[in-house]
Design a protein around this ligand. Structure first.
Ligand code: TYD
Length: 138
């Protein structure tokens, strides 16, 4: 699987009452959504993540507040701040991710393509580099 991440824009169905965003599999979510989880009430200074996934596809959305993702493809590290419900961070393939700088009101919703499976996690950076190497070396 090609590894990549990108920000995606969600269309707002706004009217005089306010805003609404719909995320639908096959339209603005390019995978079957099997799981939804959310991270909230994150304590000050906490950093989470520090892993990559072998197969999982995810879209992360800061539906409230903000947080920063550190994204690493083995060659380049980049920081992306999520601070609006109108944008999602789509991550597919072997990307190392860390999350930090959560605002106290941050609610980070994650849509995932698979059920929770600890076997899909790579939690050591060295193993991540090794997996990248094996992925590219055929
Ligand atoms: P963890 O992987 O440490 O979260 P993060 O990626 O933010 O660092 O997950 C925290 C706990 O929650 C851990 O015991 C596994 C559990 N968990 C589930 O049971 N289901 C899930 O979908 C997720 C993401 C985590």
């Amino acid at each position: 699987m090609t590894a990549f991440y990108k920000l995606v824009d969600f269309m707002i169905k706004g009217d005089e009452r306010g805003s609404l965003i719909a995320i639908e599999q096959g339209y603005n979510a390019p995978f079957e959504i099997k799981r939804v989880y959310y991270i909230f009430d994150t304590k000050k200074g906490v950093e989470r993540g520090f892993h990559a996934h072998k197969n999982l596809k995810q879209i992360a959305i800061a539906v409230k507040g903000s947080c920063t993702f550190v994204l690493d493809n083995g060659k380049k590290r980049e920081e992306l701040t999520l601070n609006t419900p109108t944008k999602g961070l789509l991550i597919e393939g072997l990307i190392w991710r860390e999350m930090k700088d959560f605002s106290s009101d941050c609610v980070l919703v994650v849509l995932a393509s698979e059920h929770y499976d600890e076997c899909d996690y790579i939690r050591e950076y060295d193993k991540f580099l090794e997996a990248l190497h094996n992925d590219n070396s055929w």
